[in-house]
Design a binder for this molecule. Sequence first.
Ligand code: ADP
Ligand code: ZN
Length: 725
Amino acid sequence: MRFHEGDLVGVLTTEPLGRPLDYKAPEGGCFAGDLVEVPLGPRRVLGCVWGPGEGGFDPARVRSVSRVLDAEPLRDEMRAFLQRAADYTLTPLPAMLRLATRAPDLGAGPATRRVLRATGREPDRQTDARARVMDALDVFDGAAVTLAELCAESGVSSAVVKGLVKAGVLAEEDAPRDLPYPRLNPDLPSKDLSDTQLAAANTLRANMDGYGTTLLKGVTGSGKTEVYLEAVAECLRQGRQALVLLPEIALTAGFLERVEARFGARPAEWHSGVTSTERRRLWRMVSQGEAQLVVGARSALFLPFRELGLIVVDEEHDTSYKQEEGVLYNARDMAVLRASICGARVVLASATPSLETWVNADLGRYARIDLGARFGTAELPEMRAIDMRAERLPGDRWISETLARAVEARIAAGEQSLLFLNRRGYAPVTVCRACGHQIGCDDCDARMVEHRFLKRLVCHQCGATKPVPTACPSCQVEGRLAPVGPGVERLAEEVAARFPDARVSVLSSDLFGSARALKEAIATIAEGGADIIIGTQIVAKGHNFPLLTLVGVIDADLGLQGSDLRAAERTFQLMRQVAGRAGRAEKPGIALLQTHQPEHPVIRAILSGDEEDFWRAEATERRMAGVPPYGRMAGIVLSHPDVAQVFDFAAELARRDGPLRAIGAQVFGPAPAPIARVRGRHRVRLLVKADKGTPFQQAVANWVAQLKPPTNLRLAIDIDPQSFL
Ligand code: ADP
Ligand code: ZN
């Protein structure tokens, strides 16, 4: 849609104003989708021409668009996607536009910039600060880096970097901005695929036209990645762009190498660790169709692809695809939405799909491809329970004799063991033996977790820390505070005492200063640099440790507490993912689950390996309860510093449920949110439940709009919440 100079256009800005505002098209006119700069009060802000203006204002007072930016316009399908995603998640449209324009200097900036590179000369004088700069250069791995980026990464002042330039260690030069990415070649040979893999790849390749979603289900190590890379290859051959979403993208060096091996060059990367210069380059290249393949975190879904042909969501069940702050969306669902609008294919890959996806495949909404066995000689680990009631461990030990003997056998054989405990820190609770007081966070309803490595107590909710006190904050008695329960750091102590000669590596996200350090630790383990690995759930994700043959789950019951209907699904997924780390090479693996309730249906399902049975049972339970994916749900979290105010408001909202009753929906609550206080704000939750096929979002929006919240009350609407409590 073309607008001539002076025509009224509606411009959506990234400011929180709700709807597009009227402006006059600038000299030379503009098009729908153009990114523009418009005056707003005394400022100039970024906007997008959304369509014709509404009119109805004094024409003399309507201001003109300042300029059209030198950037690709947002295409019709992108604008439609943002609109539908906003409607679905009940998010104001400007917040969606912000997600889609998260790159600096769009349409501005000089064609070149000053960058630094290492000359190869050694500094005459080495200092700590200088070493940090050189370390930081490594992180950029040969990519052009500006003074500001280098200072930010290394944490040194610009004087240090300039000193290195003077000393001839670094050289300054002008480099063009926004270099194109190296071309990927889809016609390089793939690995020799097995028959099953080939059949799966062929099915994906043969169905690349128009929208469609496929669940690619296969045990860990069955070659899902190899298979979906063939779909990527087909997409690139057709001259279209592909997007692969990965959880924990910062740890995925291995994946980038596999892409390079398959296509001869690295893909573009998009995640929070990417510099702003790179973000700008990627945004522009994607919009011009010059980036063929993007590997990214969930926010990559909002990049302005010119011709998107395929979205792969790897580990589609992963909870990190749900954004829990700001705009609340599930990247898996938004990927399907985006693909259905622009006519792209979606591949959802997982060994343990989410129940939502399993049901969609069961109902025939998604196609489904199964890769039954592991590739080559690798076999799925055997899984067994260790009945902890029979083991009679003292209260401060967590490794049963049965598990310890299995670990010893692995050490003797030169193989690795993984002890899995999904709890960071030393001990989850610090209790006073004199009065029973448990140390909590001052601002949250959460207990403080002792971290010996940091020598502090940490709130896992808000991140607040304090020193471990010597006296009880409640009864003031000295020296009676004691840790209760295990975290990975405490487990490491037990391991050191039990296996004094073993080389132990603890993998917990908080024990590493940077993603790079963690990546290095993972690489060292993969090369055999540890006998025993102790890890939280970061080890469950995708790493390949060929020498690992034993997985010991310290507390398989951990996730089953509480009454959330999702607990079973989560535990099932996590246990099977962790167990999948074992026996990925020639040697078979075994997983031992320490449990106090070996007869629990979920534990039995995990052990039996009959996954379809498990999902069918879960699906039935959800259907009876009328919860997703068989019903609709929204969580409303209200928060305010004053507990009475937030409860009163929530209760009033719950009373005025007319718009909800109109569609047969019910509201539950108010109840304290699962964490009732965070950062000094009291949190209250309402849950709305409805049947499928009703205008759910509209009803929720109308309902909430009835009441004007008091100042300082925050209200967040979470459509399809992760927790059903
Ligand atoms: P998944 O994604 O299902 O966990 P991967 O694709 O990562 O499985 O494959 C597991 C391992 O097996 C990887 O190291 C991969 O390179 C290897 N592999 C899988 N299929 C083949 C094949 N056809 N030829 C050679 N190696 C393969
Ligand atoms: Zn806190």
